[in-house]
Design a protein around this ligand. Structure first.
Ligand SMILES: Cc1ncc(COP(=O)(O)O)c(C=O)c1O
Length: 391
């Protein structure tokens, strides 16, 4: 174990071994799932580190160690969904706090803030944080948290984590980065100065579209204490079976995410030169306004640029969109992203359905835009599928 703890051990090796040590009792190479809700005590208050599974569970423990290691944080906390993780983070706030959120965040995050947290005495500003001047001019004495998503969903705007962290650090604020679109294989926000990472493990971490989960990862002592208390007290924890599925999934994270990103880059280049698509948005295209930033910030653990598995294409009209979606075969029309199977969605109506039309239009989210989550299928089959749907 000591060599695996060593930071020079590669990402893929750590993904497979941290949290997955053979079972001490039986030698099982794949550790068992601990379904038990409660644990025998040797005497009153004397136990083996586990008492009740809402508070702590051996399988969740192993998953949390694995996720902390991959994101480079001291502690990870697993939740029953990405939204439960974001909810727990927002519960760390106090009355009177002000929060800055990057515009274009996931529709569910927007809904949680505008429909649930708006009842509390906490103020939120949704801002275009690609302009650091806007951030500077909106910081207040009461600002406690800056929460960003990069790349954004579904317009794939890339925000400069290091530049934003420089500002939040100098004012002693928390910077939270939703890293769902890249996973720790493609981007490690804590290394750029963020204080906390959010993951919807439903996406790339899970990778097989068969589990809903979330996580928060941090090295900040105050956040560790607060989130630990919220996780235990509010109890939005994943089941041991879901934790085990996620532990199995992160073993192949590096392979899957690299292949998905390779396929996505190939498709983005193909779409751009097809002449049938009004606009192709992918941070790996040199036409993308933040291509250089993405190339610097989104890197594999070996240091190679990687641009993610999601791209968006504008088909020009709703009629074209519907024609295309009715003909597409391998890409499945469904919400979500990050799985080994390719999915396609219309964010305007689906993931961002709860955001008012004017807000969507203001951010450039059109009805004819479709988002592709690229899987690990053979690239020639994916291209053929797109070609026949467009022709
Ligand atoms: C960027 C991002 N963050 C958070 C979430 C919420 O995660 P979950 O669906 O696991 O609650 C999603 C879901 O699509 C997402 O795309």
């Amino acid at each position: 174990m000591s060599t695996i703890r060593d930071k020079t051990t590669g990402f893929a090796t750590r993904a497979i071994h941290i949290g997955n040590r053979s079972d001490l009792e039986t030698g099982a190479v794949t550790p068992p799932i601990h379904l038990s809700s409660t644990f025998e005590q040797e005497g009153v208050g004397v136990n083996k580190g586990y008492d009740y599974s809402r508070a702590v569970n051996p399988t969740r423990d192993r998953l949390e160690r694995n996720l902390a290691e991959l994101e480079g944080g001291q502690r990870a906390f697993a939740f029953s969904s990405g939204m439960a993780a974001i909810n727990a983070l927002l519960q760390c706030l106090r009355a009177g706090d002000h929060v800055i959120v990057s515009r274009n965040v996931y529709g569910g995050t927007h809904r949680l803030i505008t429909q649930v947290f708006h009842r509390l005495p906490i103020t939120f500003d949704f801002l275009d944080l690609s302009d650091l001047g806007i951030l500077d001019s909106h910081l207040r004495d009461t600002t406690r948290l800056v929460m960003i998503e990069t790349p954004t969903n579904p317009l794939l705007e890339v925000l400069d984590i290091a530049a934003i962290a420089e500002r939040t650090r100098s004012r002693n604020l928390w910077l939270a980065v939703d890293n769902t679109f890249m996973s720790p294989y493609g981007q490690r926000p804590l290394e750029w100065g963020a204080d906390i990472v959010i993951q919807s493990s439903t996406k790339l971490l899970g990778g097989h579209s068969d589990v809903i989960g979330g996580a928060l990862i941090t090295s900040d002592e105050e956040l560790i204490e607060k989130i630990g208390m919220i996780q235990k007290s509010a109890g939005a924890i994943p089941s041991p079976f879901d934790c085990w599925l996620l532990l199995r999934s992160t073993k192949t994270l590096a392979l899957r995410v690299q292949r998905q990103a390779d396929n996505a880059l190939h498709i983005a280049r193909w779409c751009q030169q097809s002449g049938k698509i009004t606009r192709t948005i992918y941070p790996g295209l040199d036409s993308h306004p933040q291509f250089e930033l993405a190339s610097r910030q989104q890197r594999t653990p070996e240091g190679n640029p990687v641009y993610g598995s999601v791209l968006s294409v504008d088909l020009g009209s709703v009629k074209q969109r519907d024609r295309f979606l009715s003909r597409i075969g391998i890409f499945t029309l469904a919400e979500s992203l990050g799985g080994v199977e390719s999915l396609i969605s219309n964010p305007f109506v689906m993931t961002h359905g709860s955001i008012p039309r004017e807000e969507k239009e203001a951010m450039g989210l059109t009805e004819s835009l479709v988002r592709l989550s690229v899987g690990i299928e053979d690239i020639r089959d994916l291209i053929e599928d797109l070609e026949q749907a467009l022709n």
